[in-house]
Design a protein around this ligand. Structure first.
Ligand SMILES: [Zn+2]
Length: 320
C-alpha cells in the first residue's frame, strides 16, 4: 500500500487520554495542574498569539484562571510533544464561549477563523484546532435528544451528551465524505467548478458517503452523479478531519474506465456547473490565474500529489 499523504489537518500532537474523561471532578483535577491550559473557542473562531493572518499562526492558550466563564468545557487530552511554551503531558481543555464571554476575554477583532491560514499551524495546534472545532460544532447542534426531544446534559468531560429523561447517550459524530482525483488515459486530472464560484475557481470532486454504502462505492457513485464519468480502481491516498461542521474527508484517486473513455463530461448542474480536464502543462501555464482550494484542504493536497510539486496559484497570491 502507498504511504498515505501528509495532510494539513491530519497532524496532531495530543494524547487524547481517554481514561481520564471518566473520572469524577475531572476539570477540578485538571485545573490543579500548573501546566494546564485552556483553549477558548467562540463561533468557530479562535485566538492567536500575535497578529492575525500570519503564515504560521499559533493558537493562544490561557492559564485556567484567565478564562473565568464558559458555556461548556471539553477535555481535549495532554500534549504529546515538548515545546517551548508547554512541556510534554500538559492537559489542554477546550472552553466553548458565548458572545458576551468571548468579547469579555478578547476584542471582537482578535477572534479569528483559520479556514484560509490554518495550514501553517504546528502539528500540535493543527490537531487541537480540528478536534476543538468539530467538538464545538457537535455540542452546538446536539442539545436535544433525537428520541424524545428532551434536553441533553454533558458527561465524560464533554465527550458524551445524555438525555435528561430517558438516559439515551449521544456521542460526538463524524460524517465521512469522499474526495477523488479522477485521472484520464492521458494522465490529466478532472476539476470542477460550482455555479456560484468565479470562473477561474476549480476544485476536485467530492461527496458524502450515504447510509449503507462503502467508501469505494461512494467514489464510483459520486463521480458518476457529479460528472457523468465511470471510474474504476479507487486507491486510498489519505484522510483528514474537516471540522465544518464535523466531516472526515477521505481522499482517493481513481481512473476513468477505458470502456467509457470517450464519454463526454456531464456536470450535474446542481453542485457542479463546469468540468474540465487539466494537463500538468496547462496547470503550469495557468496557475497564476487559477483559484485553487486553500492549503488547508485535502483537495489542494490531492491536486499537488498528481501534479508532483507545489503549485502557487492565485489563491496564495491573493493572501500575500
Ligand atoms: Zn430522550
Amino acid at each position: 500500500m502507498n504511504q498515505p499523504l501528509v495532510l494539513p489537518l491530519a497532524r496532531a500532537a495530543i494524547d487524547r487520554d481517554y481514561l481520564t474523561r471518566t473520572r469524577d471532578e475531572v476539570f477540578a483535577e485538571l485545573f490543579a495542574n500548573p501546566n494546564a491550559r485552556v483553549m477558548p473557542i467562540y463561533d468557530s473562531q479562535v485566538l492567536l498569539v500575535g497578529a492575525v493572518d500570519q503564515p504560521q499562526p499559533q493558537l493562544r492558550l490561557f492559564e485556567p484562571a484567565d478564562v473565568p466563564e464558559w458555556q461548556q468545557l471539553v477535555y481535549l487530552g495532554k500534549t504529546s510533544d515538548d515545546s517551548a511554551d508547554l512541556p510534554l503531558g500538559s492537559p489542554v481543555i477546550l472552553a466553548i464561549l458565548d458572545e458576551a464571554q468571548a468579547f469579555e476575554l478578547a476584542h471582537k477583532e482578535e477572534w479569528h477563523q483559520l479556514r484560509r491560514t490554518g495550514a501553517g499551524l504546528s502539528d500540535r495546534d493543527s490537531g487541537l484546532f480540528a478536534q476543538s472545532l468539530a467538538l464545538a460544532n457537535w455540542h452546538a447542534t446536539h442539545k436535544f435528544c433525537p428520541r424524545c426531544g428532551s434536553t441533553t446534559t454533558v458527561k465524560q468531560a464533554g465527550w458524551v451528551r445524555e438525555c435528561s429523561v430517558d438516559g439515551h447517550e449521544l456521542f460526538p459524530r463524524t460524517d465521512p465524505a469522499i474526495i477523488v482525483s479522477v485521472i484520464d488515459d492521458q494522465d490529466r486530472i478532472l476539476l470542477g467548478s460550482q455555479g456560484t464560484w468565479k470562473s477561474n475557481h476549480w476544485s476536485i470532486l467530492a461527496g458524502f458517503v450515504e447510509p449503507g454504502e462503502s467508501l469505494t462505492a461512494a467514489v464510483i457513485r459520486e463521480m458518476h452523479e457529479e460528472a457523468g464519468v465511470h471510474v474504476i480502481d479507487p486507491v486510498y491516498l489519505g484522510s483528514q478531519a474537516w471540522p465544518f461542521p464535523y466531516s472526515l474527508m477521505v481522499g482517493f484517486t481513481a481512473r476513468i474506465d477505458p470502456k467509457h473513455a470517450q464519454q463526454d463530461l456531464l456536470p450535474d448542474g446542481f453542485e457542479i456547473e463546469k468540468l474540465r480536464w487539466f494537463s500538468r502543462e496547462e496547470i503550469a501555464a495557468e496557475c497564476a490565474d487559477l483559484l485553487l482550494p486553500g492549503r488547508m484542504t485535502i483537495s489542494r493536497s490531492l491536486i499537488e500529489h498528481w501534479y508532483g510539486a507545489e503549485i502557487v496559484s492565485a489563491t496564495e497570491l491573493e493572501l500575500q
